[in-house]
Write a protein that binds this ligand. Structure first.
Ligand code: MN
Length: 312
């Protein structure tokens, strides 16, 4: 039986006290935690508008509004599982390689304590060192919600590590199985008509937002389930998959995206997948409006926690 609970808004007002994810306690000792929520305040892989390093702090603040029970299932992840905010992963804002090492080491420790991490970025490159830790023994399946595939080879004359390249590196390093990798939401102009060709050649299933609306939610989500199957999987949610009218605070906005409600339903459809980790990335508070993107990210993060714990 789980013993760790968020602070209730009935006993202590939501605006009071120190902000943590979902008002859970900060617990650094992982030994009794089934799931942990962790900030990764790093945006050294950003190629355009920076600021995602400020995401965890603002999303903690916005997450004070998230209550305990899921609105549809009426279940709470905290009834069955011990979940806590474990604080932020150590990073080095002045050195990319050092940050990738620090993040990987931090998540290796989480893996060895058998705690399942939900991470709050940070830019999308943070998924790479997390996968390096979590896919230690075998490649994982991957579900990616995103407007961009992030499977580019390199930027700026052969530079291999940016938030546009993490999943190319993850395939090359055998961290994810491209045949069990689905991306949903791709849109926006390309640099070249062949931009997605490499990923498709590896066997990645790419469902553009135009495909999604043509096929419909049920058909797309059954393709996702059939592709991933029972394989241990990672869920990565880039906030720029949501339309910038709902989530403007991000580095590389793409218009013509999903609304928040559709995004919540996409996550609910994933609840039979065996996730061993997840992240929500690319919230850039300096570009936000009235903290609305942080509230969307906090809401999505709770939905993901409910999906991972089968509470929605
Ligand atoms: Mn991305």
């Amino acid at each position: 039986m789980a013993t760790i609970k968020p602070i209730s808004g009935m006993s202590n007002p939501r605006f009071a006290d120190v902000a943590t994810f979902f008002r859970l306690p900060i617990i650094k000792d992982l030994k009794n935690l089934d799931y942990c929520i962790c900030g990764v305040p790093w945006d050294g892989g950003t190629t355009n508008r920076a600021g995602a390093r400020h995401g965890p702090r603002e999303i903690r603040n916005a997450s004070s509004l998230i209550r305990t029970y899921h609105p549809v299932s009426l279940k709470s992840p905290y009834d069955k599982y011990n979940v806590a905010d474990i604080g932020d992963c150590p990073v080095n804002p002045a050195n990319l390689e050092d940050s990738l090492d620090k993040i990987k080491n931090f998540y290796s420790n989480i893996l060895s304590s058998k705690t399942i991490p939900l991470s709050i970025g940070g830019d999308h490159l943070v998924s790479l060192p997390i996968l390096r830790a979590l896919a230690k023994d075998k490649p994982l399946a991957l579900f990616q919600f995103d407007s961009h595939s992030d499977t580019w080879d390199s930027y700026f004359g052969g530079y291999k590590y940016t938030h546009g390249t993490p999943f190319r590196r993850a395939i090359e390093e055998n961290l994810i199985d491209p045949k069990k990798y689905v991306i949903v939401g791709i849109r926006g102009g390309l640099y070249d008509p062949n931009d997605l060709t490499w990923a498709k050649q590896q066997g990645v299933t790419i469902i553009t937002i135009d495909d999604f609306y043509k096929m419909g939610m049920e058909e797309v989500m059954s393709i996702v389930k059939d592709t991933i199957g029972d394989t241990e999987a990672y869920l990565t949610f880039d906030i720029d998959g949501i339309d910038p009218t709902h989530a403007p605070g991000t580095g590389t906005p793409e218009v013509g995206g999903f609304n928040v409600r559709e995004s919540q339903q996409i996550i609910r459809h994933l609840k039979n997948i065996n996730f061993v980790g997840a992240d929500v990335v690319e919230v850039s508070p300096p570009f936000d409006v009235n903290n609305m993107t942080s509230l969307v990210a906090a809401t999505i993060a709770f939905e993901i926690l409910c999906t991972m714990t089968k509470s929605n």
